[in-house]
Ligand binder design. Sequence first.
Ligand code: F1P
Length: 298
Amino acid sequence: MTRVLAEIESQPELWSCSAALAAERRELLPQPAQRVAFFGCGTSLYVAEAVAAAREAAGQGESDAFAASEMPLGRRYDLAVAISRSGTTTEVLGLVDRLRRSVPVLALTADAQGPLARAADRTLALPFADEEAVVQTRFATCVVALLRAAIGHDLTTAVNDARRALGEEMPGWCADVSQLVFLGRGWSVGLAREAALKVREAAQAWSEAYPAMEYRHGPISVAHERTVVWSLAELPRGLSDEIGQTGATLVRPAGDPLAELVRIQRVAVAMAQARGLDPDRPAHLTRSVVLSGDAVEH
Ligand code: F1P
């Protein structure tokens, strides 16, 4: 079995550990009514987007998400939350440094002793969710599970839906799909973006992601018979007919959006294998992006 597949399969159990950790370390996490900025890179950016949207929708306080390279300085937040599996990503460490003395930083990372943990004001480590694979799966979903539990989501359905997803047959279109489009609404938009990234990283395949209502506003123009449109949330009225008219295949959500991401991770691995690729060796990607020198070429 590939490393990434073993890590994908461990997720439902680890989400329960994440929920328990959220309850134990409640005082470290964002408190109700605080203004909070979440940031990260790559997968961790999409986790930031998902949890910020979920937190604000739950009435827990204004929540923003930024790529670590693009967060505006000078905004007023009560807490900044740095998300990084490795704890070594250059842009994340650079932003923590720039935020020093203006806002407290909480690190969510797999490595309790690493550079991010040392730089942040406080750390909540998830060592049980660390991964060997380059392609992130369980660290990302465990951070989502942790923060969902902290804002009052009951994860029972997500855990059960994910267990069911792990036993599913792969769809027949895996071998010859040419474009995958993921749609989300609310907090599942971030998960849709993460789903598209998984397909690019693991299977080197063309994938995109949009808020569902945005799909009509241009992106649908490129849909064709070998497009698969996969929605992580209920579709807006009329969109399924419009997708059907393009000849694309529509996949509807089977349950909780986080469990839906598990279904997609497995499909990304199956697509890689159908293309003769090793999902444990994604092209042009390292486990953590560590840059040296100036960020901009002169
Ligand atoms: C962030 C990240 C991953 C990506 C790859 C390179 O890592 O961009 O999302 O898949 O592994 O690093 P991290 O900051 O969460 O360790």
